[in-house]
Every structure is written in C-alpha cells, then in structure tokens.
Design a protein around this ligand. Structure first.
Ligand SMILES: NC(=O)C1=CN([C@@H]2O[C@H](COP(=O)(O)OP(=O)(O)OC[C@H]3O[C@@H](n4cnc5c(N)ncnc54)[C@H](OP(=O)(O)O)[C@@H]3O)[C@@H](O)[C@H]2O)C=CC1
Ligand SMILES: O=C(O)[C@H](O)CS(=O)(=O)O
Length: 482
C-alpha cells in the first residue's frame, strides 16, 4: 500500500485502551479489486464485547464531566491528525473498499469535517429557562449525555460513517464503541490509532470486530448501553428495533434509500446530466443517497438519455489505486448479481440499453456504468435500491405524475430535481416525501446540514446543530417554593 506511516495499517481491535490481536477466530479482509486477502482481524467473542461495554461504562462519568471545551479540543486534534494522514487513510480505504483514491480522500476530508463541526457544537449544548406558570416556580432544562453509545457502520463509507457518529457522541459526552462492517474494518482501526494519538481515552472510543448478529445482539440487550446509531440496510435496522425493544434503547437509523431524480422540461439539461452522474455513479452507485429512479419529462427524455449515456461511457473504470480511475469495482459478487437482476427485469419490461449493459471486461466485480431509457415505472429497480451503477430513465408526462411516482416508495431518504422555475421549485420541494432534497444539485451531504430520512429510511439526523441532539437527554428541573 506504500503508506507513509505504516503504523496506520492495523489488524487488531481497539478495546479499553488495548490492541487485541486475532487469536483463533478471525475475519479475512479482501481487496475487492482482486479478491486478495490483505488482512485478518479478530472475530471477538461475546466476553470481549462485554468488556468493551464495561470499559466504556467505566469511562463514562469522567468523559461527561470534562468541560465541553476540553472534549472539543480532543476532537479537533483527532480531526487534524486525520487530515494530516488523509493520503494514507485513503490508500487503506481504497484497498479494502475499492473506490478510486480521489474519492476515498474526498470521503475522509469531507467527513473529518463532522469532527471539526461537533468540536464546536460541544460548547453549544444549551439548556433552557422557561417562563413558569406560577410565580414561586422556575422551569429549567438541562441537556445531559445519553450514556454509552454503539455505532454499527457499513462498508460503503468505511471512514465517514464513523466520524459522523463518533463526532456528536463524543462532543455530547458519550463514549462510543464502533462495530465496522466486516468487509472494511481497516479504516475504522486506522481511525482508532489516530484517536489514541489525539489523546481520546481508550474507553471513550473503541473499535470491535466480529460476528455482526452476536455483537448487535449484545449491544441491544446490554443495560449499560443507552443508544445505538446504525447505518445500513433497512432489514438490519428493523432487526435492531425488534432486538432492542425490551430495553427501550435509543436508536438512530440511517437505512436504505431509493432516491428519485426528477428532470423537468425547464431544467438546464447539461447541469442535470452532471448532477445525475454524481448522484448515480459516485462510489460506483453504492451510496444510500444514490439516484435510483431518474424521471425525465417525455419531451427531453431521449436527449437526456443520450447525454447521460455518453457521460457514462466516458467514465474510466479500473482499480481504485490507479491514477485517473473514476469507477472502481463493486463490493462483492452479491452486488453484481443484484444489478444484473435489476437490469434484466427492466429490459424484460421493454427498457432500451443506452450505455454499458453487463459485467466489465476487467472481470471480478467490475460492472459497466449502465444507462437505460424507457424504463417501466413498475420495474423492480423502481421499488428496490439497486446500489450499483445502473441509471434508469423513466419518462413522465406531468409534474403531478412525476411527484406521484417519486413518492410511490416506502423509502424517503434523498430526492433530487432540476428545474429553473422558482414556483415549481417550492411546489415540488414541499411535496416530495424525503428527508433531503437536492435542487439543481446531485451532491447534498455536508456537516452543516441535517442528514437523514423519513418513512422506512430511518430515524434521526446526522450533522448540523440537530445532530448532537441525538446524543443528549433533556432533564427538566422543577423548582418550587421560591
Ligand atoms: N444506508 C446505507 O448507507 C447502506 C445501505 N445498504 C443497503 O443494504 C444492502 C445490503 O448491504 P449489507 O452490507 O449487507 O448491509 P447490512 O445492513 O447487512 O450491514 C451494515 C452493517 O450492519 C452490520 N450487521 C449486519 N447484520 C447485523 C445484525 N444482525 N446486527 C447488527 N449488525 C449487523 C454489518 O456487519 P457485517 O459487515 O459484519 O455483516 C455492517 O456493519 C445494500 O445492498 C444496500 O441496499 C448497505 C450499506 C450501507
Ligand atoms: O451512503 C451514504 O451513507 C451517504 O450517501 C454518504 S454521503 O452521500 O453523505 O457521502
């Protein structure tokens, strides 16, 4: 990997301030570009997970009692170390996840910004003094950390999904235990090396690796653990709700999406194509906010398809660590099989192939950036998240029809639309059923904005001043006889 600092490549779990090497059961970490095993990380047993929770619980009071400014300073130091080591972190990320190096570095830098943001927000967790209904009373609201938290994170953003959760948790005064995806634990462990270097206590930020259902089960049942923040599939999100029901855990869930992308007849077509390329093909189509259903007004649908197809054909497909690569491999063969099923279903229902259309000549899990036009609104891909580089163009006749089709989904994470008509911009933005709407842009996430969904796309928000509220409880003090 040619790391400037080889100590960032770490294959041990970070538990209570100790590095735990694999002894017995282990998880192979592979490079999706060639299937080569690049590391083996421990598959911890239940006892180790309980020890991590105990270590977090032991660290809880001291961490919560530290002045917010001090917690913020440590977060800031961690942020600075991440930026200083961004090139190495990007190499590790690309090796285990496959995305192009430039995108990997983009993920790291853009999401380190959440640490910087919450380092500042730590100082602004304000309580309230509320005018009381009686003269002898005072109503005061304190905001206090919820307690020990766990984060379960996915493989598509192995670095960013951790800083987005750890930033607000640590800022609010909560220790956090991270269970990264088994396919991409090395980015999480590199972050732990830097957290330790920044001076964040061992029990306050931990990374455990192992069997997901076992670890998730312990998180859900432990009375010492107050909250779980999860990003991943809706299926696992539902499972976490069920498993944690007994102990009434707090949950933040960032689940599946099925983003509609609407292009109206008054749109700037070049801008819409550029936005669709980002919203569809970033991370090879493996983001939860990826455009999955592209609805284009029938008067411009063919022209839009032609331009999008040309742009998709021009994408440079290759290994993420090769200069100039714009599209890396998919994470695994299951992802390849899913895109094939969605593609075949759309073709069977009459769609026309504009670009790509199958596995890439590179073999493995590479897939050609693919564009379809004339897709039926009933196609499988209109109902299920494809999570792969398949852009499906579905023509529409009227604004009302476009909005109805966009909202005909149980998901509601992101939506996008392109229009230059100001009245339409407000009308459509207000009617779309999603937590986030990109208007004349295909890129919406940033640390200052509340990221999250409605309907079955999840619960809670990450980023912005609202993000830290997920990690604090209100306590109301009722003062009488004054
Ligand atoms: N919202 C988003 O950003 C994401 C959405 N997805 C969607 O989900 C689909 C499937 O992807 P997949 O990776 O399987 O997603 P999962 O939801 O299975 O995985 C996400 C995380 O949850 C963990 N996990 C899996 N099962 C459990 C469990 N029972 N209890 C606790 N944690 C668990 C995984 O661990 P482990 O890796 O060890 O199994 C991983 O850390 C994708 O095709 C996509 O549609 C996927 C990833 C991110
Ligand atoms: O897949 C996700 O979780 C997000 O889409 C990542 S991003 O859009 O915020 O970069």
């Amino acid at each position: 990997m040619n790391l400037t600092d080889p100590t960032l490549f770490c294959d041990r779990a970070w538990l209570g301030g100790e590095w735990i090497a694999a002894s017995g059961a282990a998880i192979d970490v592979t490079d999706p570009a060639d299937g080569r095993v690049i590391a083996r990380v421990p598959s911890l047993d239940g006892g180790a997970i309980e020890r991590a929770i105990a270590a977090a619980d032991a660290a809880r009071a001291d961490w919560a009692a530290r002045p917010a400014k001090e917690r913020g300073a440590l977060l800031r130091k961690w942020h600075d170390l991440i930026l200083a080591n961004a090139d190495d972190l990007a190499r590790i990320l690309t090796a285990e996840q496959g995305k192009p190096l430039a995108e990997a570095k983009g993920e790291i830098v853009a999401n380190a910004a959440y640490l910087e943001w919450f380092a500042e927000e730590a100082k602004r967790v304000y309580g309230e003094v509320i005018p009381a209904p009686a003269a002898d009373r005072r109503v005061i609201v304190l905001k206090q950390p919820v307690g020990v938290c766990a984060a379960i994170t996915p493989w598509n953003f192995p670095n960013g999904m951790i800083t987005r959760k750890a930033g607000p948790a640590l800022a609010a005064g909560c220790p956090i235990i991270v269970k990264p995806a088994s396919q991409t634990p090395l980015s999480a462990l590199a972050l732990a090396v830097l957290a330790d270097r920044a001076g964040i206590p061992g029990g306050v930020f931990q990374v455990v690796t192992g069997k997901a259902s076992m670890i998730g089960g312990i998180f859900c049942k432990s009375p010492k653990l107050a909250k779980i923040s999860f990003t991943g599939s809706t299926e696992v999100g539902r499972w976490l709700i069920r498993e944690s029901a007994e102990g009434i855990k707090k949950l933040s869930l960032e689940l599946g999406g099925n983003a509609p992308f609407l292009v109206f007849e008054d749109a700037d077509l070049d801008a819409a194509v550029e936005g669709a390329m980002i919203a569809k093909f970033r991370n090879s189509g493996q983001t939860c906010v990826c455009a999955n259903r592209i609805y284009v007004h029938e008067s411009i649908a063919e022209e839009f398809a032609r331009r999008l197809g040309r742009a998709a054909d021009a994408l440079r497909v290759g290994r993420g660590d090769q200069p100039g690569t714009e599209q890396g491999p998919l994470i695994d063969m299951a992802a390849v099989e899913k895109i094939e099923a969605h593609l075949q279903d759309a073709l069977d229902r009459g769609a026309r192939l504009v670009a790509g259309g199958g596995r890439h000549a590179l073999g493995g899990t590479w897939f050609q950036p693919t564009v379809l036009s004339g897709v039926s609104p009933d196609a499988l891909l209109a109902r299920e998240e494809t999570f792969a580089p398949l852009a499906a163009i579905i023509p529409f006749r009227s604004e009302a029809e476009a909005i109805d089709m966009a909202n005909a989904s149980e998901f509601g994470l992101a939506a996008y639309f392109y229009s230059r008509d100001l009245a339409r911009v407000f009308r459509v933005a207000e009617r779309l059923e999603s937590g986030m709407v990109g208007i004349n842009t295909g890129l919406i996430a940033n640390e200052a904005a509340p990221f999250g969904g409605v309907k079955q796309s999840g619960l809670g928000r990450e980023g912005s001043r609202h993000g830290i509220e997920e990690y604090v409880e209100m306590k109301y003090l009722c003062m009488a006889g004054l």
